[in-house]
Design a binder for this molecule. Sequence first.
Ligand SMILES: NC(=O)C1=CN([C@@H]2O[C@H](COP(=O)(O)OP(=O)(O)OC[C@H]3O[C@@H](n4cnc5c(N)ncnc54)[C@H](O)[C@@H]3O)[C@@H](O)[C@H]2O)C=CC1
Ligand SMILES: CC(=O)C(=O)O
Length: 303
Amino acid sequence: MPLTTPKVAVIGGGGNVGSATAFSLVTMKFPVSILIVDVDEDLARGQALDINDAAFLSPATCAAGTFQEAGQCDVIIITAGARQRPNEPRSELIGRNYTIINSIMEKMQPIKSSAVILMVSNPVDILTAISQKTSGLPKNQVIGSGTFLDSGRLRNELSRILGISPSSIHSGTLGEHGDSQFVGWSISSVGGTPLLGHPKLKGVDLQKLEKEVSRKAYSIIEAKGSTYYGVGLHVAHIARSILGDESKVYPVCNYVEEYDCYLSVPAIVGAHGASPLPLRLNEEETEKLKTAAEKIKSFCDMY
Ligand SMILES: NC(=O)C1=CN([C@@H]2O[C@H](COP(=O)(O)OP(=O)(O)OC[C@H]3O[C@@H](n4cnc5c(N)ncnc54)[C@H](O)[C@@H]3O)[C@@H](O)[C@H]2O)C=CC1
Ligand SMILES: CC(=O)C(=O)O
């Protein structure tokens, strides 16, 4: 346990995802000082006051702050920027969010050398890569929420089919937090047994299931305009694993040397940021991962 209370900044914390993340951190009941930063300072102040009312029942505290203060936090969560319109792919947000993310990186300088940046804004894989370059932090200290949320969605669906708790199903979505994401079926298991042999999966259209999981955000955005509760809690769990150096394994967007690219594969998440685990996918899935890496790299090359 650190001797001083760790500090987390949520940049864009005035918005839906940022405030849901800050609120989730408070409900997780560990000591943390949360700083809400937003270009809309009134909104940031209002969210901080509201969330701090909830923090009364938790060891966490929440206040509004500046970009400079955010640069000195232990974990810097970035949720600022535009969100998708109905039916819009995440990758189309790059034009709107590239400038925003660069301006945030500039305003935070000098960034604390041991800080971990946790990107959430979309397109998350591309913005993670870009913010690593502009922040000047080592590659392992800049990560994105990646496909952790998609993996949660997948495990919820599998839980419904199998009648097994989602936390006991080891399966995940990999690659891009976007339309090219895919399920690592060949490395999925339950109770130490390969998932694909499970009798309750017989007759289940796995391709359809995979598609529904990858389209879940579109369905939510169509119905209510944006997604935020699910991502907020997933991001809070990633932040806690970093702050507490918990070494949890999550499929986050992290730098994978083999592909010279940021993309989601299972990684150990701790105070150092993230380090990818060796991955043994089958041939077809390896091809899908390569395709995802090429797609992400081709976008990054344009910026
Ligand atoms: N990675 C993931 O799994 C998910 C990512 N997202 C992404 O999160 C981002 C935010 O979405 P929402 O919270 O729904 O949008 P929102 O519009 O509710 O909030 C965005 C916030 O960013 C602030 N902002 C804009 N420019 C800024 C700047 N230069 N500096 C500081 N703050 C700035 C705005 O004032 C606003 O408060 C979007 O890019 C969205 O696509 C959303 C859900 C899941
Ligand atoms: C919006 C988004 O990226 C999601 O909910 O997956």
